[in-house]
Design a protein around this ligand. Structure first.
Ligand code: BDR
Ligand code: CA
Length: 326
């Protein structure tokens, strides 16, 4: 049986590839997409989710907009965006144009869509957040009665080591540390795929060439996304190739052998002078705190790219029509 999934995302170049992977692979049943402010404003991340679905021919998956800011307001806690990495649109590179995508936005808000999906799907559903955890935390607070309908949470965020937005904090967690704290303290089964894992999954020139060789319009768009992403990662971090963080979540669901996991206590730093938003991962059990997460460690990088490239291939192929009649 495929794993039923709700993707909660902020597309975002790497979020876009995660949508493709979830929609393409038969091991996953993509039930809904919800969006959150993160890489760009929630208006832009929602538009981007619709654009990705349109270009990839993903129809019938409801897309609803969620929170436009973190849980705690206040003058120094305005939503932060990652325009330096993802551009002014949140999905710079391909030039989508000004037109409205023909994939609609669901009239419900993200919380209602998550609630309705959990209530109507016959089996518990896996939540896959790849942006700030504002929607998920708000949902857990609003609907504690529905936690039995959640199978587990597999998230991209945090790190066992250094951050990427401050020296200590990773972007998704830093955007809304209080939300992350609520999620990590929820008691739900959590798998954390952080920077220590995702930085292994680099879109090398060989990977980009394999995607280009597919030769479809979707493949060309993916190459444009990766080329833009490579440019900003080079400029901002001096990386020669960019890490494609978010699709490691769905890749883990498709094939758990692709990422090794260790159980550990993960705490979110809420107050540190220089470390707010850091995930403090007790890999050696020195704090005595009970483990609350499975933490991604080593990635089978070639296996990961096989999945991603195959998703681009499958979605890029023309849909099968009725057989020709003589
Ligand atoms: C995370 O931050 C975002 O910019 C990416 O989409 C990813 O989810 C990496 O820190
Ligand atoms: Ca993301």
């Amino acid at each position: 049986m495929p794993v039923p999934v709700i993707l909660d995302c902020d597309p975002g170049h790497d979020d876009a590839f995660n949508i493709l992977l979830a929609a393409a692979h038969p091991a996953v049943e993509l039930l809904a997409l919800t969006t959150v402010a993160g890489n760009q404003t929630v208006e832009k991340t929602t538009l981007n989710a619709r654009r990705v679905c349109e270009v990839a021919g993903i129809r019938g998956v409801p897309i609803a907009a969620g929170r436009d800011r973190p849980l705690r307001g206040g003058p120094d806690r305005e939503p932060r965006v990652a325009a330096d990495i993802h551009g002014g649109s949140g999905l710079d590179g391909p030039g989508f144009g000004e037109g409205e995508p023909d994939v609609p936005q669901d009239p419900r808000d993200a919380l209602t869509l998550i609630r309705d999906t959990l209530l109507t799907h016959p089996a518990p559903v896996t939540l896959v957040p790849t942006g700030p955890l504002s929607n998920i935390a708000t949902f857990l607070l609003a609907h504690p009665e529905l936690t039995p309908r959640i199978e587990r949470i597999v998230l991209m965020g945090g790190s066992t080591g250094r951050g990427n937005t401050t020296p200590a904090a990773e972007f998704n967690i830093l955007c809304d540390p209080e939300a992350a704290d609520i999620v990590f303290s929820s008691g739900l089964p959590i798998t954390m795929i952080g920077l220590n894992a995702t930085h292994q999954a680099r879109a090398t020139p060989e990977v980009v060439a394999r995607i280009a060789a597919l030769g479809t319009p979707l493949a060309r768009l993916c190459v444009q996304l990766l080329t833009y992403f490579a440019g900003t990662y080079r400029e901002v971090y001096g990386f020669d190739t960019p890490p494609l963080h978010d699709p490691l979540t769905v890749a883990h669901l498709i094939d758990p052998s692709l990422i090794s996991l260790v159980r550990a206590a993960v705490s979110v730093e809420l107050t540190g002078t220089h470390t707010r938003g850091a995930t403090v991962v007790d890999l050696h059990g020195v704090t005595g705190r009970p483990a609350n997460a499975d933490v991604g460690m080593e990635v089978d990088v070639p296996g990961f790219w096989e999945l991603v490239i195959d998703a681009v291939r499958v979605l890029g192929e023309p849909a099968e029509g009725p057989p020709d009649t003589p």
